[in-house]
Design a protein around this ligand. Structure first.
Ligand SMILES: [Zn+2]
Length: 407
C-alpha cells in the first residue's frame, strides 16, 4: 500500500493506523483521477470513530441513491477539493460533527406557491439585522466596528416551486454546532420582527405557520449540502452566482476554520442576549416542536471541552499555580489548521510579562500536527506583537490520542 506523504501533517512519529475503511474501494472510486486520497466508510458511526482519531481529516458524505443511502468520506480539505472538482455528478455533504467548531449558518426554505407574500430580500435582510443586533448586545460594540464580521455568503438552490438558500457567515464562529444553534434560538427570542421569518407550510389539509429557518440543522452530526452539489436524482445544485475556486469553496464550508480573525462567540456570551419577556415566538408557532429541537441546546449543560478530552485535562493542569486555578471557558477547534484554541478564565499568567495580567484573558493553543502547545494573550500589547510563549511539547502519552494513517 502507498504511504500517505507528509507524516508530520498527520502527527509525526505516531503509531500507524488504518481506519476500518474500505480503503481499496475508496481508491477505486476517487483515486483514479488524481493523487488525492480519502477513506470511505459505509456507516456514519464507523466514519465518526475514525475521524476522532484523525484530526487532519474532514468528514463528508455522498448520496448513493434517492432513498437516503449514503457513504462517508474522510479526507483533507485539499484532497477532497481535488476529488470534488473532478466529479461530474456532485451529491456531497459536509458532516458537521458534534464538538467541532463551525461558522454561523442558516438553512432557509419554503414552498413558493404557498408564500407569494414573502419578500425574499426582506427575509435575508431580517436575518442579517438580527445577527448584527445580537452581536452588538454581546460585544457592546458599535455596529460599524462589526461590519467586517457580518460578511454573508448566499448559496442558492431554489427552483420555481421551492425557495432554498444557505446563508454562511464566515467570520462568526462557535466552539460547536450546538452553540451555533443556541445563538440562533436566542436571536429569534429577542426579535420583534419574527413575523418576517414566518412562512406557510401545507400539512394534512391545513396550512401550518412555521419558521423559514430550518432549526434541525443544529442537531448532532448533521449532513449539510455543499456548494456545487444537488440531492441525488435532482439537478438543482447550490450555486453562488459565479464560478467558484478552491478559496471560495472553502469559505462556504461550515467547518472550514483557518484564520483567527473571526468573532468567536461562546456559550457564556450568548447569555448576554436579552430575550423578549413573553415567549411570543413559541405561541406564534403553536404546534411546531421547536422546543424539542432545542431541548438539548438549552437545557442540557454541555461539555466545554474539545473533541480531545485528555488534552483538555492536560491544559487544565497547566493553567494553575499555588494561588490560582484556571478553567477552560471554551475551546475552538480550527479544523483546517488543526489547532485547538482554549479560552482560559481566572488564570491570566502571561510569559511575556512574567506575571498575571490584571484583567485580560489568556489563550492556550495546541497544535495537533506538531503536538506543541503555547500561550497567547488577549492583552492589547501582547496582541500587537502577536506574542506567543516558547512552545512546549505535549506529554508523550497524549500522542496516542492521535494516530497517523501511514501504513
Ligand atoms: Zn500577555
Amino acid at each position: 500500500m502507498n504511504t500517505i506523504p507528509s507524516a508530520t501533517f498527520y502527527g509525526s512519529s505516531l503509531k500507524g493506523y488504518t481506519p476500518p475503511a474500505l480503503r481499496e474501494n475508496a481508491r477505486k472510486l476517487y483515486g483514479d483521477a488524481s493523487n488525492a486520497k480519502c477513506f470511505c466508510f459505509p456507516t456514519q458511526s464507523a466514519a465518526l470513530e475514525a475521524a476522532a482519531k484523525l484530526p487532519a481529516l474532514q468528514l463528508f458524505s455522498e448520496d448513493l441513491d434517492t432513498s437516503g443511502t449514503r457513504h462517508y468520506l474522510l479526507a483533507t480539505y485539499e484532497d477532497f477539493w481535488h476529488i470534488y472538482k473532478k466529479r461530474a455528478k456532485k451529491h456531497f455533504y459536509e458532516v458537521i460533527r458534534e464538538n467541532v467548531s463551525c461558522k454561523l449558518y442558516f438553512d432557509l426554505e419554503y414552498i413558493r406557491t404557498c408564500n407569494t407574500h414573502v419578500q425574499e430580500e426582506e427575509l435575508i435582510a431580517t436575518i442579517s439585522k438580527l445577527v448584527a443586533s445580537g452581536l452588538k448586545q454581546i460585544l457592546k460594540r458599535k455596529e460599524s466596528s462589526l461590519l467586517p464580521y457580518l460578511k454573508c455568503l448566499v448559496l442558492d438552490s431554489s427552483s420555481n416551486e421551492k425557495f432554498s438558500k444557505h446563508l454562511i457567515f464566515p467570520k462568526i464562529v462557535f466552539p460547536t454546532n450546538r452553540i451555533a444553534g443556541k445563538f440562533v434560538w436566542k436571536l429569534l427570542q429577542m426579535s420583534d420582527s419574527c413575523s418576517n421569518l414566518l412562512v406557510l407550510k401545507p400539512a394534512q389539509n391545513e396550512m401550518q405557520t412555521v419558521l423559514a429557518i430550518d432549526l434541525s440543522v443544529y442537531s448532532r452530526n448533521r449532513c449539510f449540502r455543499i456548494l456545487g452539489s444537488s440531492k441525488y436524482g435532482e439537478n438543482r445544485p447550490l450555486t453562488i452566482g459565479q464560478t467558484f475556486d478552491q478559496k471560495l469553496f472553502y469559505e462556504t464550508l461550515v467547518c472550514y476554520l483557518h484564520s483567527d480573525d473571526v468573532l468567536c462567540i461562546d456559550d457564556v456570551q450568548i447569555g448576554y442576549i436579552q430575550s423578549l419577556d413573553d415567549n411570543s415566538l413559541s405561541s406564534t408557532l403553536k404546534g411546531y416542536s421547536i422546543q424539542k429541537v432545542f431541548h438539548d441546546a438549552i437545557n442540557i449543560p454541555h461539555s466545554k471541552g474539545s473533541p480531545y478530552p485528555l488534552i483538555d485535562k492536560f491544559i487544565e493542569s497547566v493553567i494553575c499555580d499555588g494561588q490560582v486555578k484556571g478553567s477552560i471557558r471554551s475551546v475552538l477547534f480550527l479544523s483546517s489548521s488543526q489547532k485547538l484554541v482554549y479560552n482560559i478564565q481566572k488564570y491570566r499568567y502571561c510569559h511575556r510579562i512574567g506575571r498575571h495580567h490584571k484583567s485580560n484573558h489568556i489563550l492556550m493553543i495546541v497544535e495537533l500536527n506538531t503536538m506543541l502547545y503555547y500561550q497567547k494573550c488577549l492583552d492589547p500589547e501582547c496582541r500587537a506583537i502577536d506574542y506567543r510563549s516558547p512552545p512546549r511539547l505535549l506529554p508523550e502519552q497524549l500522542w496516542s490520542e492521535f494516530q497517523s494513517i501511514t501504513k
